[in-house]
Design a protein around this ligand. Structure first.
Ligand code: ASP
Ligand code: MG
Length: 410
């Protein structure tokens, strides 16, 4: 017997049959004696449609009214799931963010949760009632409806698990866990039984899109045990299903490298023959920051003639704006050339074991060299090494690294 939060994403509640299947799964947990709070997303595609309607009426729509519109998707799902549960003889009721309440700040469209009052929910769960809660939404200090940003119901679920003192937050989705890498590229990728919050954060930020990054940060800060598992397949729920995201000390056998991620979302910019004097980097990156353009990897090389080449990456979507911002700086700083390349990919290897093992980066460079893949930029953190390569070698690189770190399933 435990208190658990079960969260179901849009594909898991995409139609009435799937909502019935979710109800059956919730009933099993409830019948086993668990106290259950269920957090749901909008039915697949709904939020996109609602966002589209707001944009069609006005590209610069009022963010408060946007929230009123897009929060409705989740409201529909809570009511439908509560009905489906009642049909199965389970006592259940729906809860909207404002009813609990889930208090947020005033940042409409990307609000942050400030507090959740869980006492009434706990009282009812103890009395056997299932709480079916809208993810993604809350209430601002002004009393108006807020939403948490796309993918935000993961964050709702984790925040509720923390507020309710739940033993676990089970995130049901369309994949059955976190893999060593993308199984579409490497069929021998393995599902991880456990992964640490920090590794999950690094993987989430470099392209593995299973959990909203903010939900992982929150889980880490609040020590919420998160389990990612599939809502498809109807066998009895095994306690070993899915992947547990937990504190690092819960992981006994620390792999040097736990996962390999890739991202094709970045573009490379090179400024050739920039004068090598104090203040240049501040001017260049200041101009980009002024335009709210995020810079990721950076390298700089000084030549004998007193100039330097600066290479860095920005989001592909920001490339044109970055080029324009840097172009206007040319007369001021005087570089010889501005080169851009959108056809790049960032490959990252992530693992907490890197803290205690040497040679991790070298294994990466050797594996890529053996495939004649050129490394254009390198960046590292305590538990991650990333390289930038030509996009056409993405799959080859991921496969080679998966093998080089001994991650291939036997
Ligand atoms: N329905 C919202 C979205 O699509 C929230 C979520 O599903 O997490 O972004
Ligand atoms: Mg999601």
């Amino acid at each position: 017997m435990a208190r658990i939060v079960m969260k179901f994403g849009g594909t898991s509640v995409a139609d009435l049959d799937r909502i019935r299947a979710v109800a059956a799964r919730v009933k099993r947990a409830h019948d086993a004696g668990d106290e259950v709070a269920v957090v749901v997303s909008a039915m697949a595609g709904t939020t996109n449609q609602l966002v589209g309607w707001c944009q069609a009426l006005s590209p610069l729509h009022d963010a408060r009214e946007y929230d009123v519109v897009v929060a409705t998707g989740e409201q529909v799902t809570t009511g439908l799931l509560a009905i489906a549960l009642q049909e199965l003889g389970v006592e259940a009721r729906s809860w909207q963010g404002w009813q609990i309440p889930i208090r947020t700040d005033n940042a409409h469209g990307k609000a942050r949760i400030a507090a959740i009052e869980g006492a009434e929910l706990i009282r009812r769960m103890q009395a056997g009632q299932v709480a079916v809660i809208s993810g993604f939404q809350g209430i601002a200090p002004t009393g108006r409806i807020t939403t948490l940003g796309r993918g935000g119901s993961d964050t709702s679920a984790v925040a509720l698990a923390a507020a309710l003192g739940a033993e676990r937050c089970d995130i049901y989705t369309d994949v059955d866990g976190i893999y060593t890498t993308d199984p579409r590229i490497v069929p021998k990728a393995r599902k991880l039984a456990k992964i640490s919050y920090e590794e999950m954060l690094e993987l989430a930020s470099v392209g593995a899109k299973v959990l909203q990054t903010r939900s992982v940060e929150l889980a880490m800060n609040e020590h919420v045990r998160v389990r990612v598992l599939s809502s498809f397949g109807d066998g009895p729920d095994s306690p070993t299903a899915g992947t547990l995201v937990v504190d690092e000390d819960e992981i006994v056998e620390k792999e040097t490298v736990s996962g390999i991620a890739y991202s094709r979302d970045e573009a490379k910019i090179t400024l050739r023959r920039v004068p090598d004097r104090p203040g240049i980097a501040a001017t260049v990156f200041g101009a980009l920051a002024d335009k709210a353009i995020n810079v990721d990897m950076i390298v700089q090389n000084t030549a004998a003639d007193g100039t330097t080449d600066m290479t860095f990456t920005v989001g592909k979507a920001d490339l044109a704006r970055a080029q324009a911002a840097l172009g206007t700086l040319a007369p001021q700083i005087g570089f010889a050339e501005l080169l851009t390349d959108p056809d790049v990919a960032k490959i990252s290897v992530v693992g907490v074991g890197m803290r205690s093992h040497v040679g991790v980066a070298n294994t990466m460079f050797r594996a890529l060299a053996d495939k004649a893949i050129n490394i254009e930029v390198i960046s590292t953190s305590e538990i991650k090494v990333s390289v930038l390569i030509a996009a056409e070698y993405t799959e080859l690189a991921v496969r080679a690294l998966h093998t080089a770190y001994g991650l291939d399933a036997g």
